[in-house]
Design a protein around this ligand. Structure first.
Ligand code: MYA
Length: 169
């Protein structure tokens, strides 16, 4: 049986992210999982994710790197601490830095494989290298610095609570 995706184990209050939130009907709903010591996600861009005809928009690729990187940071942190992921056990990471090199045009039409490798991991920070691969060819490489989420970004913090209420969450 397939393991549940990391993002499907996030608690509701951090599940509205445009890139990976399972509660965001308008988002990409990226799903990341372990593949040995690396992580993997698959995403099939739609025709409207176009840069030039036939090629994928770079901003979409950046958001795949971003969300796969932060998810990998959370999962790796849980694994390192021997704590299973789940709604009651949350090690939450947000993006401090996102760098992407677009090595070659990414063809539109097939699935993209997004692979993550943890480069460094501490209690407060993870650095994750991410590759975006189309049909066996690495089209983009990225690096995400993910840091433990500050309390001020939580869903119950200040304006966030009102925004979620307005959105009917
Ligand atoms: C079940 C599991 C649940 C998981 C839920 C996941 C929810 C996911 C939701 C979806 C998310 C989707 C993704 C999204 O869209 S997240 C949305 C986009 N991100 C943000 O809005 C974050 C805004 N920024 C901040 O809140 C703060 O600046 C943060 C918290 C990031 C750092 O705060 P602060 O500055 O106070 O941290 P620190 O001083 O203690 O430094 C700590 C370490 O970090 C290093 N550093 C800091 N900044 C940078 C930088 N720019 N480049 C390189 N490194 C940087 C620093 O050197 C230090 O390293 P070291 O000295 O320790 O080596």
């Amino acid at each position: 049986m397939t393991e549940p995706a990391f993002q499907d184990q996030y608690p509701d209050d951090v599940s509205h992210c445009f890139g990976c939130g399972r509660l965001n009907d308008h988002g990409h709903q990226l799903k990341s999982r372990w593949d040995g010591d690396e992580t993997v996600a698959w995403f099939r861009p739609e025709p409207y994710h176009t840069a030039t005809p036939g090629f994928v928009y770079g901003g979409l690729i950046a958001s795949l790197v971003d969300c796969h990187g932060t998810a990998t940071a959370a999962a790796a942190s849980h694994r390192a601490e021997g704590r299973p992921m789940g709604p009651d056990e949350t090690l939450r990471f947000v993006t401090a830095s996102l760098h992407v090199d677009f090595l070659r045009p990414t063809p539109l039409g097939g699935p993209l494989q997004v692979r993550g490798q943890v480069e460094t991991l501490t209690a407060r920070k993870a650095v994750v290298a991410v590759s975006v691969i189309a049909d066996g060819t690495v089209c983009a490489r990225g690096r995400v610095v993910a840091v433990r989420m500050p309390e001020t970004m939580g869903a119950t913090a200040g304006p966030a609570a009102r925004i979620m209420e307005d959105a009917g969450s």
